[in-house]
Write a protein that binds this ligand. Structure first.
Ligand code: NAP
Length: 337
C-alpha cells in the first residue's frame, strides 16, 4: 500500500522527519521564506496531510481544492490561519500543539514586561552605541529610571495555559494579579491567589496588562481606543498572543499621546512588521519578531507533537491534540477510503 503524502511547509528537526517517514512520504519546504499561497494550494491539491505554520493561509478555497487532504497538523497552539469550520465540514482533521510552548511563551511575555519596565533595550543601546561614554557621566540619580513590579497590579487577559503561567510569575514577583476571561476559574483563583475582574475594571486597575487570548472574531481589536483610554497613563501593555487583538493605529495614538506608558510586543497585525513602521520610533516600546515559542525545548516539543498527531491519525486513531473534535462525526480518522 502506498504511504500517504505529507507536505511540511518549513524545516523540522531531522529526527522528527525520520519518525514521520515510517508512516508518510514526506516533502519538506526547506527554504527560509514561506511558500506563497499559490504554492501551498498546488501542494495541498496533491497531498493527504499538511504540516502548517501560523503564517500559512489555509482558507476554505484551498481546503475545497485539496481533494485528498485528511489532516492538517498545525505547528503552533493558535490556529487562526486555518478556516476550522470549513475543514470540519469537509472532514479534515486539524491538530495543534498546546502545552509544550506554554513555558516559552509565558517566559517571553515576562521578558518583554521586564524589558519594557526597566528600559533594557534602550539601556543596551546607550552603552553599545557610546551615548554613555559621550555623556562622561558614570552614574546619575535619574539615568534610565524604570518601574518596579512588587506591589503593582498585573492584569491578565485570557486566563488559559499561558495566561495562568504569567500569573504565577506575577505572584512570585509580589504583584497583585487580576484576570479577565470568558469564564471564571474559581479553582485557579484559589490556587494562585488571583481575582477575576470584568475587562473594563481590569484595564482601569492594572499597572501591567498582558494579553493571552486566541485570535477569534470576538477578540479581533479587543483592545482599541476605548480600552487604551481606560488604562492608567503609567501602564504598560504586553502582547504575545496575536497582533490583531490590539488595534495598531489606536496603540500608536495611545503611545504618541501618552494614554499609556509603554508596550512590549511580540506579535503584529502585519508580519513581518514593515520597515520604519511607526511602532519602531517609540523608545518606550520593546519589539520582538513573533518569537514566543522560540526556545529549543518548545520547538522540539511542538515538532514531536506534530509527529504524534500525524502518526496517530495514520494508525486510524484520534490524534491527541485534535482541535475540531466534531470532525469525527463527519469522517473516521485514518487514510482508509
Ligand atoms: P488557551 O489555554 O486556550 O488560553 C486562552 C484563554 O483565552 C482561554 O482561557 C480562553 O477561554 C480565553 N478566551 C478565548 N476567547 C476569549 C475572549 N473573547 N475573551 C476572554 N478570554 C477569551 O491558549 P494558550 O495556550 O494559553 O495560548 C493563548 C494564545 O497565545 C494562542 O491562541 C496563541 O494565539 C498565542 N500564542 C502566541 C505565541 C507567540 O509565539 N507569540 C506562542 C504561543 C501562543 P476558553 O478556553 O473558554 O475559550
Amino acid at each position: 500500500m502506498r504511504k500517504p503524502k505529507v507536505f511540511i511547509t518549513r524545516e523540522l528537526f531531522p529526527e522528527v522527519i525520520k519518525k514521520l517517514e515510517e508512516y508518510y512520504e514526506v516533502e519538506v519546504w526547506d527554504r527560509y521564506q514561506e511558500p506563497s499561497y499559490e504554492i501551498l494550494l498546488e501542494k495541498a491539491k496533491t497531498v493527504d496531510a499538511l504540516v502548517t505554520l501560523v503564517s500559512d493561509n489555509i482558507d476554505c478555497n484551498l481546503l475545497k481544492q485539496a481533494k485528498n487532504l485528511r489532516i492538517i497538523a498545525q505547528y503552533a497552539v493558535g490556529y487562526n490561519n486555518i478556516d476550522i469550520d470549513c475543514a470540519t465540514k469537509l472532514g479534515i482533521y486539524v491538530t495543534n500543539t498546546p502545552g509544550v510552548l506554554t513555558e516559552a511563551t509565558a517566559e517571553l511575555a515576562w521578558t518583554l514586561l521586564m524589558a519594557t519596565a526597566r528600559r533594557i533595550v534602550l539601556a543596551d543601546h546607550f552603552v553599545r552605541f557610546g551615548e554613555w561614554w559621550r555623556l562622561k557621566t558614570a552614574w546619575h540619580p535619574h539615568m534610565l529610571l524604570g518601574i518596579e513590579l512588587k506591589g503593582k497590579t498585573l492584569g491578565i487577559i485570557g486566563f488559559g495555559r499561558i495566561g495562568r503561567r504569567v500569573a504565577e510569575f506575577g505572584k512570585a514577583f509580589g504583584m497583585r494579579v487580576i484576570y479577565y476571561d470568558v469564564y471564571r476559574n474559581e479553582k485557579a483563583e484559589e490556587e494562585l491567589g488571583v481575582e477575576y475582574k470584568p475587562l473594563e475594571e481590569l484595564l482601569r486597575e492594572s499597572d501591567f496588562v498582558s494579553i493571552h487570548v486566541p485570535l477569534t472574531k470576538e477578540t479581533y481589536h479587543m483592545i482599541g481606543e476605548k480600552e487604551l483610554k481606560m488604562m492608567k497613563p503609567t501602564a504598560i501593555i504586553i502582547n504575545t498572543a496575536r497582533g490583531p487583538v490590539i488595534d495598531t493605529q489606536a496603540l500608536v495614538k495611545a503611545l504618541k499621546e501618552g494614554w499609556i506608558a509603554g508596550a512590549g510586543l511580540d506579535v503584529f497585525e502585519q508580519e513581518p512588521l514593515p520597515e520604519n513602521h511607526e511602532l519602531t520610533a517609540f523608545k518606550n516600546v520593546v519589539l520582538a519578531p513573533h518569537i514566543g515559542s522560540a526556545t529549543y525545548e518548545a520547538r522540539r516539543g511542538m515538532a514531536e507533537l506534530v509527529a504524534e498527531n500525524l502518526i496517530a491519525f495514520a494508525k486510524g486513531e484520534i490524534p491527541p491534540t485534535l482541535v475540531n473534535k466534531e470532525v469525527v462525526n463527519v469522517r473516521k480518522p485514518g487514510f482508509e477510503k
